[in-house]
Each structure stands twice: as C-alpha cells, then as structure tokens.
Write a protein that binds this ligand. Structure first.
Ligand SMILES: CC(C)(COP(=O)(O)OP(=O)(O)OC[C@H]1O[C@@H](n2cnc3c(N)ncnc32)[C@H](O)[C@@H]1OP(=O)(O)O)[C@@H](O)C(=O)NCCC(=O)NCCS
Length: 157
C-alpha cells in the first residue's frame, strides 16, 4: 500500500484499547474472507487501484503474499457487490499490520474502506493485538484523511 511517488512512508497506529466506531457497511455488500479462487479478482482490483503494478510481485499478488510467514487468508477481507464484483479489500499480516486497503473507484466515498478497516480492527483486537499499524505515503491525502478520521495517529520515528 506504499506505492506512490514522493517521500518516505508515514507509519500510523490505531490504539485498539481506545473506543472506536462499529463498522457501518454500505448497502448490498457481501463480506467474505479470501480463498484461492479469489486471487484473480484481488489482483485485478490491486492493479486497477495502483496502475503502475503491484510492487515486488512479478508472479502476481497471491504468489507473493502466500510465501510470507505472516500470511493468513482469514486476514484478507473482501467486499463484493450483489453482482459479484470485488469492490474493496483489507489485508492484514498476522503481526497486526495492515498491508493493503483498496476500494474500486465506483465504490468510493460510501464508507467501504472505513467499514473494512474497522472490521479488521475488531478482528485483530479479538486476536489479542493492542494496536494496528499501517504505512501511507505522505502524498496520499485521501488515505491520510481516511485514517485520521478513524483515529490513526502518526508513530514518531
Ligand atoms: C483511500 C481509499 C481506500 C478510501 O476508500 P473509500 O471507501 O472511498 O473511503 P471511505 O468512503 O471510507 O472514506 C471515509 C473518509 O475518508 C476521507 N476520504 C476518503 N477518500 C477521500 C478523498 N479522495 N479525499 C479526501 N478525503 C477522503 C473522508 O473523510 C471520508 O469521509 P466522507 O466521504 O464522509 O468525507 C480509496 O480511495 C482507495 O482505494 N484509494 C487507492 C488505494 C489507496 O490509496 N489505499 C490506501 C493506501 S495507504
């Protein structure tokens, strides 16, 4: 999620001990955890969202992430439309770090990313994590506004 031009990524943190909103899902969203059959749809969404490609994944996103010791398919939450289009995803590593958040362009500004992140925060809290971290490029103002609104705060270097 750090693909962008301009500066080093910022590390942000959400304290899972602090009160937070419950996820509010846009209408007609079907939520599911990842299975291998979804790999193509996920890769399509990631390429759409980051047209310059998925960094470090020459064989595709799934081939790359499944090798990671922090990979857990149940920490990839997928939001589908009624017509089975993949509209958004949130992927965390088992360390409690959110690796990717992406929402398809036509589905944006309806609260989907917020709901996916808050849902992931609940999952990670249930697994015993006290905080969730992620990285964002300084120039990604949309994502920074989203994270700030959800209560993420900058982790000083
Ligand atoms: C960033 C992204 C995930 C936001 O998804 P989304 O579903 O549109 O986000 P939400 O609808 O939950 O937005 C919640 C709030 O975040 C802020 N926000 C979201 N997108 C914004 C934008 N383009 N400009 C300014 N603020 C924005 C707003 O405060 C928004 O609330 P509002 O719509 O009531 O004003 C989406 O734009 C995306 O996939 N971008 C490309 C991938 C990316 O940058 N991922 C994050 C990498 S760190």
């Amino acid at each position: 999620m750090t693909l962008d031009a301009g500066g080093a990524p910022l590390r942000l943190r959400l304290d899972l001990g602090a009160p937070r909103r419950q996820p509010v899902w846009p209408a007609e969203i079907r939520l599911q955890s990842f299975s291998a059959a979804d790999a193509e749809a996920v890769e399509r969404l990631l390429v759409d969202v980051w047209p310059i490609g998925v960094a470090g994944a020459p064989d595709g996103w799934f081939a790359e992430v499944r090798k990671d010791t922090e990979w857990d398919a149940s920490l990839v939450r997928l939001a589908w439309s009624e017509r089975d289009e993949l509209l958004g995803l949130c992927h965390a590593w088992t360390s409690g770090f959110i690796k990717d958040v992406a929402v398809a362009v036509p589905a944006r500004r309806r609260g989907l990313a917020s709901a996916l992140i808050l849902d992931m925060a609940d999952t990670l809290a249930r697994r015993g994590h006290s905080a969730v971290d992620l990285k964002v490029m300084p120039t990604n103002l949309a994502a920074r506004a989203l994270y700030q609104r959800l209560g993420f705060r900058l982790v000083p270097d």
